[in-house]
Design a protein around this ligand. Structure first.
Ligand SMILES: [Zn+2]
Ligand SMILES: [Zn+2]
Length: 414
């Protein structure tokens, strides 16, 4: 760590035996400082996983220095919009921003009937992004528009959702008023992360999260009268919402005591000074082990087998995006030919109304306009031909992955 006090984006590489967890969205009620829920898990082998992708959370991925084309494996706990509404954005703009070489993979539960499952949601998303996708198809797309949907039976408790390169993710059902809500547990290299998603405290949480290093659950502070006075939400509505859908702080502590994690974290909660002390007190009723809020946005957790460290990440308000990240294994960058063109999707009479650029560019300034895709087929750029700075910034993630995989291989040989 460059600083024990704070995490500064782009200053630290995840180490081969390390897991890094970043809270990119932390509340059901979106507001500056707390986007809708999303948790980013990075592993020392160079892989990363997105758990829920709530509205607004992509802004924090960008602020934390990640390129949108690095977000390809997205696990959704359930289909309340505060858990997946960042998906169309990541899909559309992540494809534009260099997401050409890999498809998106969306993992999520079935519903009681097919119309309520993850696959149906993705189908609906394809429909409502129809205009956008066709419009953005004047850009390189490659495999960017392809989505592999991994919908699992929400009843199949303990079922494996993902198993690859030593990473295993299992799921189990949560009681969240409607069928089709799940919790996830990820295990890799002797380290474990659990995100329960939303739901009422359940025996299955204790069973499947048992002994996990970092147990993250949601928490609703049980202060309905006070919250009501502050926010104006009628107390009965808050009470009813908690009792049908959510995990009170007391239950979070109770479950932690069953699970016995190395660290309990709660998220999907309002982070407010007037609530926080009480939120801690509720958790402490049953849990006296390590505990930290997974809120507000930008909380960072570094996990190794020896230590766990929690810091506040310093996320800039007006960040520049990270360059798209590419795999340079083949020594070249292939920019796929756009699937369509303006000629195909725009009537000439619309373009004819455009003002002649000569009229607005100042005298002596005549940029060469790029109004048509310049080559017939894919654009193939040898890596050697790229400017040094571009080579450096676009291959960072790939190089780190190579380095760490080598270190992990050497370690396993020993
Ligand atoms: Zn929620
Ligand atoms: Zn929910």
């Amino acid at each position: 760590m460059k600083s024990a006090a704070n995490w500064f984006p782009r200053t630290e590489e995840v180490q081969p035996n390390e897991m890094r967890i970043i809270f990119m969205g932390t509340a059901p009620f979106i507001r500056p400082g707390q986007m809708n829920t999303s948790i980013f898990v990075q592993l020392g082998n160079g892989e990363n996983f997105v758990f829920d992708i709530g509205e607004g959370s992509p802004a924090n991925y960008i602020a934390a220095g990640f390129a949108l084309n690095q977000l390809k494996d997205i696990f959704i706990t359930h289909l309340h919009v505060d858990h997946y509404n960042g998906l169309p954005y990541v899909w559309m703009f992540g494809t534009w921003a260099g997401g050409w070489h890999d498809n998106l993979r969306v993992y999520g539960p079935s519903g009681r009937t097919p119309e309520f499952g993850t696959a149906k949601m993705v189908e609906g998303m394809k429909m409502f992004t129809g205009w956008h996708r066709d419009a953005f198809s004047v850009f390189p797309v490659g495999r960017g528009w392809d989505i592999d949907v991994h919908e699992f039976d929400f009843r199949d408790n303990g079922g494996v959702v993902y198993e690859k390169n030593g990473v295993k993710v299992i799921h189990w059902q949560r009681s969240h008023a409607k069928d089709g809500a799940s919790g996830y547990r990820l295990d890799w290299n002797g380290l474990c992360f659990t995100w329960t998603g939303d739901g009422r405290p359940s025996k299955l949480d204790a069973k499947y999260a048992k002994g996990c290093d970092v147990y993250v659950t949601e928490q609703q502070p049980e202060l309905v009268e006070i919250s009501s006075g502050v926010q104006g939400v009628p107390p009965f509505l808050a009470r009813y919402t908690i009792d049908t859908h959510h995990t009170p702080g007391y239950a979070a502590g109770y479950l932690a005591n069953e699970v016995q994690p190395r660290l309990l974290m709660t998220t999907h909660m309002p982070f407010d000074p007037y609530l926080n002390e009480e939120a801690v007190a509720e958790v402490r009723e049953h849990w006296d082990g390590p505990f930290h809020f997974g809120a507000p946005d930008g909380i960072v957790v570094n996990v190794t087998r020896e230590q766990i460290w929690v810091r506040e990440g310093i996320l800039p308000d007006y960040p520049n995006s990270r360059a798209p990240q590419f795999d340079f294994t083949n020594g070249q960058l292939v920019v796929p030919h756009p699937p369509t063109s303006r000629e195909k999707i725009q009537e000439p009479f619309v373009r004819e109304q455009q003002i002649d650029p000569k009229k607005y560019y100042p005298k002596g300034y005549h940029p060469e306009l790029l109004e048509d895709w310049p080559v017939e087929g894919d654009l193939v750029v040898p890596i050697e031909g790229l400017p040094e700075s571009l080579k450096e910034s676009m291959g960072e993630a790939w190089r780190l992955r190579q380095k760490n995989r080598k270190a992990l291989e050497e370690q396993s040989e020993e």
